[in-house]
Design a protein around this ligand. Structure first.
Ligand SMILES: CC(C)(COP(=O)(O)OP(=O)(O)OC[C@H]1O[C@@H](n2cnc3c(N)ncnc32)[C@H](O)[C@@H]1OP(=O)(O)O)[C@@H](O)C(=O)NCCC(=O)NCCS
Length: 172
């Protein structure tokens, strides 16, 4: 069922062809369970989680009918955007998560690529995030530039600030 993560062992559902992968916009509620389980120990974000966002959308990547990966994109400036060309045209990635059994299969990449397409359509110039230290290879793989060192903020997972200009798709 869409929006639910199966608890069953899903090895047999690994994508065997491109047609198994389906990526689309989803509701915030649809991604809640997956986001909550895979981003623990971060506390669950109640829906709606991003009340201050001027605009936002949520993307899901399915393996067949199973939701494998999710991500949210919110229209939000980085602190350093103030007065810059990208001010008002910067998008932040939130809650990027792939179900454990589906990792390293390209599902989060599909979510990110879909999000970037949507942001391009909406005239975005920059995408950024606070990417967990444990997820840094994912953002580096996608051509994100690391800004500064590792950040240690009470109550948050150690993370780095990453940004990437919106342009052509980039893969290392
Ligand atoms: C980070 C995360 C979303 C990546 O999801 P994913 O679906 O496995 O990512 P992809 O398969 O699209 O990975 C694309 C590339 O990123 C890099 N990458 C992703 N995970 C990696 C890891 N654990 N170690 C090293 N490189 C990694 C690889 O280059 C990979 O390509 P490859 O598998 O061909 O080598 C996933 O590991 C996750 O949900 N982690 C827990 C929650 C989390 O930390 N979310 C991010 C919050 S900022």
């Amino acid at each position: 069922m869409k929006g639910q993560v199966t608890q069953a062992h899903v090895t047999s559902q690994f994508p065997t062809s491109d047609t198994d992968l389906h990526v689309c916009l989803i509701s915030e509620e649809g991604g809640f369970d997956l986001r909550t389980s895979e981003l623990a120990p971060a506390p669950p974000k109640p829906v709606p989680a991003y009340l201050d966002a001027k605009a936002l959308f949520h993307v899901g990547a399915y393996c067949g009918s199973v939701l494998a990966s999710v991500g949210t994109f919110t229209l939000e400036d980085m602190d350093s955007d103030q007065g810059s060309q990208s001010s008002g045209r910067s998008w932040r990635i939130r809650g990027m998560a792939t179900a454990r059994d589906f990792r390293r299969l390209g599902f989060a990449s599909a979510v990110l690529d879909h999000g970037l397409r949507e942001i391009r359509k909406r005239g975005g110039l920059l995408v950024w995030c606070n990417g967990r230290t444990t997820a840094r290879w994912f953002y580096r793989h996608h051509g994100f530039e690391q800004i500064g060192g590792e950040r240690q903020v009470p109550g948050l997972q150690p993370h780095y600030r990453f940004k990437r200009a919106i342009g052509q798709p980039h893969h290392s």
